[in-house]
Design a protein around this ligand. Structure first.
Ligand code: C5P
Length: 284
């Protein structure tokens, strides 16, 4: 078979601390990331040894289908690194919106690297794949972990963790996205939290984690509506309400397990749970 379909999950940041600005313009951060059941579906068809062009179709017209799509960037890096001669036809069924802080595009890139490596019988080791992933974007390497990881550096230094206790969560998607570079431009390091990330991590490992995100404050400056959404979710009895990554999505859990769906105007709501994968399997 030269065709296969893989699920490409979203992630949330259970905590996200920004530590410093680096000389390369990026920020050193420390974050606990978790993959969740909200996922895109990607079907790859590989033609080997031919000079066909890579092609991408997608159900969402807002998704770029040219060389800027991270799926093509991942395929190109894999081709260069392995010197394999192939082309890919990709059908991307998008459910994770762009600019939501859910790592949709990054997850698509990681899924492409993992899928190609399996198809070609593992020419690259996991650490070689992680290196390619780091060159695509700060969040891509995380998706090559087992689904729960403490990430530092730009986000690409991965410490894999045992899976956490599963948790039913609500994901809230506002009708607008937010630009990650713009959020970082509005970040002030002197306004960041003063909590040691290692302490936050050990709280989660002991089953009593405290969610927090240093990017909320700058994102609220860019889109003040986001602060209002957070307030409304808390008013509706939701617990652990937090923006994911650089926004614009939020996640929260029910304080009382009554299955009540929060209602926020002009926003979509998805029920999700934590997912993890075994070493030789992809997420499903
Ligand atoms: O690596 P990625 O493409 O996700 O980064 C998008 C933008 O987010 C960067 O251009 C940078 O402005 C900002 N960023 C940052 N520090 C990080 C990750 C991202 O400043 N650790």
């Amino acid at each position: 078979m030269n065709s296969f379909t893989l699920s490409s999950p979203a992630k949330i940041n259970l905590f996200l601390r920004i530590l410093s600005k680096r000389p390369d313009g990026f920020h050193d951060l420390a974050t606990l990331m978790q993959t969740i059941s909200l996922a895109d579906k990607i079907t790859f068809t590989i033609s080997e040894g031919r000079n066909d062009r890579d092609l991408l179709t997608c159900n969402d017209p807002a998704v770029p289908t040219d060389a800027t799509n991270l799926i093509f960037k991942a395929a190109e890096l894999f081709r260069k690194r392995t010197r394999l001669n192939f082309a890919i036809k990709v059908n991307l069924e998008k459910r994770i919106p762009a600019q939501a802080g859910l790592g949709g595009g990054s997850g698509n890139a990681a899924t492409t690297l993992w899928g190609l490596n399996r198809f070609f019988r593992k020419p690259l080791s996991k650490s070689e794949l992680m290196k390619l992933a780091g060159a695509i974007g700060s969040d891509v390497a995380f998706f090559l972990s087992g689904g729960t990881a403490y990430c530092t550096g730009r986000g690409e230094q991965i410490k894999e963790l045992e899976k956490l206790k599963d948790q039913a969560i609500w994901i809230l998607l506002p009708e607008f996205g937010i630009s990650t570079p713009e959020v970082y431009r509005n970040l002030r390091l002197d306004e960041c939290l003063d909590i040691c990330p290692e302490e936050l991590l050990s709280g989660f490992l002991q089953g009593q984690g405290q969610v927090c995100n240093d990017l909320e404050r700058p994102a609220f400056k860019v889109r003040p509506e986001l602060e209002e959404i957070k307030r409304q979710l808390a008013n509706q009895g939701m617990a652990h309400v937090l923006m994911s990554g650089s926004g614009s999505s939020f996640f929260c859990s029910e304080a009382d397990d009554k299955g009540r769906e929060p209602k926020i105007a002009n926003a979509r709501m998805f029920k999700a749970n934590f997912i993890n994968r075994d070493e030789d399997e992809w997420y499903c």
